[in-house]
Design a protein around this ligand. Structure first.
Ligand SMILES: Cc1cc2nc3c(=O)[nH]c(=O)nc-3n(C[C@H](O)[C@H](O)[C@H](O)COP(=O)(O)OP(=O)(O)OC[C@H]3O[C@@H](n4cnc5c(N)ncnc54)[C@H](O)[C@@H]3O)c2cc1C
Ligand code: SF4
Ligand code: SF4
Length: 406
């Protein structure tokens, strides 16, 4: 018999917080048929209907569990360490916050890529050296439930938690429920969306067929500058990765075996940034664009007009809480440069609304599940774009006619 718990939803953000919250530990977090993590309960009879999974679930609420102080302050910022700045996706602020807090006795929860599992996963670091694995955005869904469960077991430990805005919204609800918000610093980022792991599996298999088994993957690098940093790099060398030895430097030293840039038509980025196969929620239910956040600090790439001349990487940083303000003040006195900017500058170039769902989405997902090569699916999508232009033009024409006749 189905009970009143998280399984009442047929899809969700896939944040993994319900798994950590459940007191009887009956929620698992497998990948669903669309290539996203989603909660599953095998034994419904064990559910005690405590309601906690629904209470902490951001998908189950219309509002955002925002911090009480809503006066936000915005900055353009970067790490003063050139090597950190080079390795990180934008200005390296995500890492610098972690380092500062780790040095102050916190543990830090970030996302790393595991070549063995072929997946991104949240992990706990207790030293800044370990936390270097979080550097660089992994543009796939992260498996978060193990790390979140670990943190939940020891809620008294001071912890820095990073993640997508929907993961952080649920996480805020969890720590608010247990009245331990003071022990946490939460960081999220402007979020485009997460693409299906079906895309990732297909893409990686096609690359590996050319160059061998991947031992390291990076989604961004700045070898041709930050403005052109959308580059998939897949390393197949046997040597162990030294986290002090930047992957970007390895690329520069031509140690990589495969590199493909968005500007060269890289298929992963075509599908991801073209919004071909995002999670259902990223199209329909994303309430986290621009300044809508449950975090203490939000970061992102400051890619608007004002910083268009910048090519080393600048983070947009928004502080929503006193805790956030204090961290920024400590960082600006030590390892980072901050320049206060109006909110309008900090959000320049960011998506203001959730992505449009392609009307051939089910065809794309069928293609990703099949053995069709990615380039064939992409070619079909190119044709679809030609079809959609006249449709958009007709809709626009109808809107104009309607306005004139009103
Ligand atoms: C799926 C995704 C979509 C994004 N969309 C946008 C966007 O639309 N606009 C924008 O300006 N920025 C976006 N970002 C953030 C951007 O890519 C940079 O991470 C950000 O600019 C911070 O860079 P940094 O140099 O400070 O640190 P980085 O070293 O790049 O820090 C990356 C941080 O992101 C976390 N992280 C990495 N991968 C994941 C993941 N899969 N899930 C959850 N957390 C992760 C890490 O733990 C780390 O704290 C997105 C990131 C991801 C992962
Ligand atoms: S209602 Fe309680 S016991 Fe049932 S799945 Fe949710 S958290 Fe677990
Ligand atoms: S776009 Fe919105 S719903 Fe999708 S992962 Fe990002 S925050 Fe979550």
């Amino acid at each position: 018999m189905k009970k009143n718990n998280i399984t009442k939803f047929d899809h969700c953000y896939g944040c993994g917080v319900c798994v950590a919250a459940c007191p009887v530990k009956i929620i698992s977090f497998p990948e669903n048929g669309d290539g996203f993590y989603s909660p599953h309960i095998e034994h419904q009879d064990k559910c005690i209907e405590c309601g906690l999974c629904l209470k902490v679930c951001a998908f189950n609420h219309v509002d955002i569990a925002g911090p009480a102080n809503t006066d936000s302050k915005s900055y353009a910022a970067h790490s003063n360490d050139a090597n950190i700045r080079l390795r990180c996706s934008s200005g390296g602020i995500g890492y610098e916050i972690g380092k500062l807090l780790l040095d102050s006795g916190y543990q830090a929860c970030g996302v790393r890529y595991s070549p063995k599992l072929r997946r991104a996963e949240h992990f706990i670091a207790t030293t800044s050296e370990e936390f270097q694995q979080s550097v660089g955005s992994k543009y796939i869904p992260s498996f978060s439930s193990d790390a979140f469960s670990f943190i939940n077991k020891n809620r008294k430990k001071k912890t820095y938690v990073t993640g997508t805005p929907c993961q952080i919204d649920s996480f805020r609800r969890l720590i608010r429920h247990f009245k331990v918000e003071d022990n946490f610093v939460l960081m999220d980022f402007f979020c485009h969306g997460v693409p299906s792991l079906l895309l990732w599996d297909k893409y990686l298999s096609e690359v590996e067929a050319k160059v061998g088994e991947a031992t390291f993957v990076s989604w961004r690098n700045k070898t041709t500058g930050w403005q052109d940093s959308w580059a998939m790099c897949v390393d197949c060398s046997e040597e162990d990765l030294d986290w002090h030895n930047s992957y970007n430097l390895r690329v520069r030293e031509k140690k990589h075996l495969y590199q493909s840039r968005m500007t060269e038509g890289d298929l992963f980025f075509k599908f991801f940034l073209g919004n071909y196969c995002l999670n259902k929620c990223c199209y329909k239910n994303c309430k986290y664009k621009l300044l809508n956040s449950a975090a203490d600090i939000r970061i992102g790439d400051l890619w608007g007009k004002t910083y268009a001349h910048e090519n080393k990487g600048t983070s947009s940083v928004i502080s929503f809480t006193k805790k956030g303000d204090e961290i920024i003040s400590r960082l600006s006195n030590t390892t980072c440069s901050f320049e206060e900017v109006p909110n309008t500058v900090a959000i320049e170039g960011q998506m203001a609304k959730a992505a449009h769902s392609p009307w051939v989405k089910s065809f794309i997902f069928d293609g990703l599940r099949s053995d069709k090569p990615l380039k064939d699916i992409a070619e079909w999508c190119r044709i679809y774009q030609f079809l959609i232009i006249p449709k958009r033009a007709i809709n626009k024409f109808i809107r104009i006619v309607n306005q004139k006749t009103r």
